[in-house]
Design a protein. Sequence first.
Length: 120
Amino acid sequence: MDDPLDGIRRRFSRLYEPIIDVGRGWHSILITLDAELTEIDPTIAYVQIKERYGGLRVYSTRPSEDAWNAVRRAKRRAQTAALATCESCGRAGTMHSRLGWYRTLCGSCAAESDYVPVPR
């Protein structure tokens, strides 16, 4: 089976292990972000991609000065999309918690893992 994130893994900085620590539900968000970043500045390399406190975090090498703002906007769009997308399955999601751990999940995936909605 082909790995849909293989292209992203190849763009990690050689100093870092190419670990993408997010659920499958966010894979399409990462693929879209990678396409945007590649177009903005093909020299950008990833340092770390992970979930933290229910949100998507994408760390990369510093882009060229001209590309800085465009890269920030692209990452922010991906982070915003992730906060509305179930990390597990990709359906619409909201912030949930369990024992101090936060994840963005749909109702079904949250129920399977005993997560409860975070009050707004």
